[in-house]
Design a protein around this ligand. Structure first.
Ligand code: ATP
Ligand code: MG
Ligand code: MG
Length: 347
């Protein structure tokens, strides 16, 4: 046993806390929103702003190990609690800024989409000249679920666009035939284990489904993607679960982005793998032996329940081999992830 502190109060923290409870740990949540679905299943809730260092330090004093479920936790206040924090905050620092992230990954031999940093309208027009359209303008920081992104089909589109007053990056549109993610866990001793890669479908920038097995042409790209993901984990001396998203293209895997945490495209591992991403994250940060990541069924599909889709979710319980997860969120706003279902195919 012992106490695990989780930074962030969302569903990833909730599922982490549930896995931690199974292993006999207690969890405390630190988050800046009053409604926390992670706190619903935990012992204690520190409802504080991220920059309240006194509160953060008091929280840390009560925890044996600390981790995060939210990738935009401000990094500076974390140096004071670094001795108990896994993964190391350098992983957050790298992943929180799309420019840092891409440069870092290129340094390890990875291939991101063509990109240019944008500070002005002229930069954007020049970028479209250089790498072409269509493309996507993305804020460098704080984006998730496709928020802070604008698709640009021509320089005329760009002329009509009002730039956000935060740093952005323009990315060439990747003509992928599929998307997939590599999810790995790395232990204190440097051991790495991978889950099978799911094929992911996004709708309006939000993950809609993850399916296993991935198609043969995606599977053919997984090994190269795993090599890159492993070198990212090693370079960061990473401890815990790390996710890398890829576009599968005719030129091989293109790195999209990383998430230094458990990931929505790994929710299928709760019922579909010997050890789930949540349990292995807890095992890794607590210095326990890692669990087997093998897939346990021939076919698996995870579908997100977004916004109103969750309303009829209970009806799904009458279907065989269907597992429903509801996150306990009160308001089903459009685009909000309310839950997910995992279907296990036995043959
Ligand atoms: P997440 O919730 O995964 O962190 P995010 O807001 O960081 O999302 P991205 O992963 O950058 O968003 O983009 C979301 C989706 O938009 C991608 O999974 C992909 O479907 C599409 N997309 C993003 N960038 C590109 C690109 N350069 N070319 C083609 N499609 C793209
Ligand atoms: Mg992202
Ligand atoms: Mg993404």
């Amino acid at each position: 046993g012992g106490t695990i502190g989780i930074l962030g109060g969302g569903q990833l923290g909730r599922m982490m806390a549930m896995a931690a409870a199974q292993l006999g740990y207690h969890c405390k949540i630190f988050a800046p929103e009053r409604e926390s679905v992670a706190a619903q299943v935990s012992d204690d809730f520190f409802f504080n702003k991220w920059d309240d260092t006194a509160a953060l330090n008091a929280f840390a004093q009560q925890c044996d190990v600390i981790t995060w479920e939210f990738e935009n936790v401000p990094v500076d206040p974390l140096s004071a609690i670094e001795d108990r924090l896994h993964p190391h905050p350098r992983a957050l620092e790298t992943a929180q800024d799309r420019l840092n992230e891409k440069r870092f990954v290129e340094g390890l031999g990875g291939k991101p989409a063509a990109y240019v940093t944008i500070d002005s309208h002229n930069d954007l027009i020049a970028a479209i000249d250089r790498i072409g359209a269509p493309g996507i303008l993305k804020t460098r920081r704080d984006g998730y679920d496709g928020k802070g992104q604008w698709r640009i089909d021509s320089s005329r589109d760009a002329e009509g666009l009002r730039l956000p007053d935060t740093a952005t990056i323009y990315e060439g549109f990747v003509e992928f035939f599929a998307e997939f993610s590599v999810i790995l866990v790395r232990g204190h001793d440097g051991e790495i284990r991978f889950w099978d890669s799911a094929e992911n479908v996004h709708i309006d920038g939000i993950l809609a489904s993850s399916t296993l097995p991935a198609s043969d042409r995606v599977c053919a790209q997984v090994e190269e993607a795993r090599k890159l993901a492993a070198s990212i984990a090693q370079a960061l001396d990473y401890v815990g679960v790390l996710t890398c998203e890829f576009f599968a293209t005719h030129e091989g895997p293109i790195f999209n982005e990383m998430a230094p945490r458990v990931h929505n495209s790994g929710h299928w591992t709760i019922e579909g793998a010997v050890t789930s991403q949540f349990e292995n994250h807890i095992r890794a940060i607590c210095g326990l032996p890692l669990g087997d990541t093998a897939t346990t069924a021939p076919r698996i599909q995870m579908q997100n329940l977004v916004g109103k889709q969750a309303k009829t979710a209970l009806d799904l319980l009458s279907e065989p081999d269907t597992h429903l997860h509801l996150y306990g969120k009160k308001q089903a706003r459009d685009g909000r992830k309310m839950g997910h279902i995992t279907r296990i195919g036995r043959d």
